[in-house]
Design a protein around this ligand. Structure first.
Ligand code: 5GP
Ligand code: ZN
Length: 115
């Protein structure tokens, strides 16, 4: 049982295209779009299409997916204007400050200062 039912989950709905987003990448496993409230000039969210709450509930079978998300980050950072490096952030659970209970990687970059 997941914290949020996929039918109602915000990022499941964005992945299915039911809620609009500014997509920069998609494939069979992942969608990547701009954060609605960017904390840096480049702020992307890498989101698996399949609902996983967070790294806390990720399983050994998710290893390839997590590797794919990680290796996509530098490419999309570069392509979207974070040419000088980037920060990769993953908030997990309430104690980790996670607000949307669907696993996502934040890719942050661009000219400083950031918000
Ligand atoms: P968390 O705090 O869960 O790690 O991050 C959730 C992120 O999702 C926040 O940075 C927030 O701005 C972003 N966000 C929340 N709702 C939406 C939305 O409807 N569309 C997009 N593109 N980003 C969202
Ligand atoms: Zn979801």
């Amino acid at each position: 049982m997941t914290q949020t039912e996929p039918s109602a989950c915000l990022f499941c709905r964005i992945a299915r295209g039911e809620i609009p987003s500014k997509r920069v990448y998609e494939d069979d496993d992942l969608v990547v779009f701009h954060d609605i409230r960017p904390a840096a000039p480049v702020h992307l969210l890498i989101v698996p299409r399949r609902h996983i709450d967070s790294l806390i509930t990720a399983e050994p079978g998710d290893q390839a997916l997590l590797g794919k998300m990680t290796l996509l980050a530098p490419r999309l950072a570069q392509e979207n204007g974070a040419t000088d490096g980037f920060r990769l952030v993953v908030n997990n659970g309430p104690g980790g400050g996670q607000e949307v209970s669907h696993l996502h990687f934040h890719v942050l970059g661009g000219p400083r200062p950031w918000r």
